[in-house]
Ligand binder design. Structure first.
Ligand SMILES: C[S@@+](CC[C@H](N)C(=O)[O-])C[C@H]1O[C@@H](n2cnc3c(N)ncnc32)[C@H](O)[C@@H]1O
Length: 299
C-alpha cells in the first residue's frame, strides 16, 4: 500500500495516522516520525499552502493538490484538524481524487477525543459545584464553540475572535508561521451570524469581535473552562495571561495546537507554564494540552 498525507499541520495527527495504519499500537511516540513514514510507504504530503509546494515535510515532497490525482497511491489521509469535510469536497470536486481513497478517520477521532474531554470535564465541574462561566478564544465558524455551549448549557459563553482571520501583527510575532503560510486572511471565511446560528443555546453567548486581547477591556467575569484556539504565539500567550487569574480554582484552560508544528503555540504555553510553575497535560488528541488552574490569583 502507498499513502499520501494531506496537510502539513504537525506531528500529532501525523503520528496518529501512522498508528491507525501501522504497527505502532503500543509505542507510536518511540520512533522518529521519518522512520514511521518510511515503514508505511508514505510517498508525499500535499497542502493548499502554495508556499509549501516543492518543500520537504518530514523528508517527503509537498505536492500541490492539483497533482494528487497523478500520483500512484492507495489512500490519502487527511491530517488537518479543521474543515476536513471541506478538504474532502475540494479534493473530489476540484482535483478529481476518488472519494473512496480519502480517509478522515484520524481527524474525526482527534476531534472526538477533544469533545469527550470537554463533556466529561463539564460533568465533573457541575458535580463539584465549581462556579464560573466559559469562553473560547479563536472561534472561526463555531465548530468547537457549539460543543462548549452544549456541554455548559447553563453558563455564559464568551466568544473572542476577529471573525476576519489572523491579525497581521500576530503573524509577524509567530516565527514559525511567519516563515511558512504567511496569509493574514487565513481563516477569514466566517461571520458572527454563522457562529450564533450553530449554537444550541445562542442566548448564552456574548460575542467579542476584534483583535484579542483588546476585546477584553470591558469583560469582568470568572471562568471554569476556557478553550484557547487562536493558533498563534501572541494571542495564545496573552490569552493565558488574561484568563489564568480569572479562573476559578480547579477550572481548566484547554489549549489546542500545542503539538502543531506550523505555529509557535507550544512556545507560548511552555513559557507561561514555566514562569508560573504549571504543567501542560496532553489530552491524547494529538494536538491539545490542558492546564489545571490551581490558584485564582497569579503569584
Ligand atoms: C483555528 S481557528 C479556531 C477554530 C475553532 N476553535 C474551531 O473549533 O473551529 C483560529 C481562530 O483564531 C482567530 N484569531 C487568531 N488570532 C486572533 C486574535 N489576536 N484576536 C482575535 N481572533 C484571533 C482567527 O480569526 C480564527 O478564527
Amino acid at each position: 500500500m502507498k499513502y499520501l498525507f494531506y496537510a502539513c499541520s504537525g506531528e500529532g495527527i501525523v503520528r496518529y495516522v501512522c498508528q491507525l495504519i501501522g504497527k505502532y499500537i503500543d509505542e507510536p511516540y518511540a520512533a522518529p516520525i521519518e522512520t514511521l513514514l518510511d515503514d508505511l510507504s508514505v510517498i508525499a504530503f500535499s497542502d493548499s499552502a502554495e508556499e509549501l509546494w516543492g518543500t520537504l515535510h518530514f523528508g517527503r515532497q509537498v505536492i500541490p493538490p492539483a497533482k494528487i490525482a497523478e500520483e500512484n497511491f492507495d489512500k490519502i489521509f487527511i491530517c488537518s484538524a479543521m474543515s476536513y469535510e471541506t478538504i474532502k469536497k475540494n479534493l473530489t470536486d476540484q482535483y478529481g481524487v476518488a472519494a473512496d481513497k480519502i480517509d478522515c478517520t484520524a481527524v474525526k477521532q482527534s476531534n472526538y477525543i477533544r469533545k469527550q474531554f470537554v463533556q466529561y470535564f463539564a460533568k465533573r465541574a457541575e458535580a463539584s459545584g465549581i462556579e464560573g462561566n466559559v469562553a473560547e478564544g479563536g472561534v472561526y465558524r463555531g465548530a468547537f464553540a457549539k460543543v462548549i455551549n452544549k456541554c455548559f448549557s447553563n453558563r455564559t459563553l464568551h466568544l473572542f475572535d476577529t471573525f476576519e482571520g489572523f491579525s497581521p501583527n500576530d503573524i509577524v510575532n509567530d516565527k514559525k508561521l511567519a516563515k511558512s503560510v504567511n496569509k493574514h486572511s487565513h481563516l477569514g471565511e466566517t461571520c458572527v451570524e454563522i457562529v450564533l446560528n450553530s449554537l444550541p443555546y445562542r442566548e448564552k453567548a456574548i460575542i467579542h469581535k476584534g483583535i484579542f486581547p483588546e476585546t477584553t477591556k470591558n469583560v469582568d467575569d470568572i471562568f471554569v473552562f476556557v478553550s484557547l484556539d487562536f493558533d498563534l504565539y501572541s494571542p495564545i500567550k496573552s490569552g493565558l495571561e488574561w484568563f489564568y487569574p480569572r479562573m476559578n480554582r480547579n477550572g481548566l484552560i484547554l489549549v489546542h495546537d500545542y503539538f502543531n508544528t506550523n505555529f509557535d503555540c507550544m512556545k507560548a504555553v511552555d513559557e507561561f507554564c514555566e514562569y508560573y510553575g504549571l504543567m501542560p497535560i496532553p489530552i491524547g488528541d494529538g494536538l491539545s494540552v490542558a492546564i489545571i488552574c490551581t490558584s485564582q490569583v497569579l503569584p
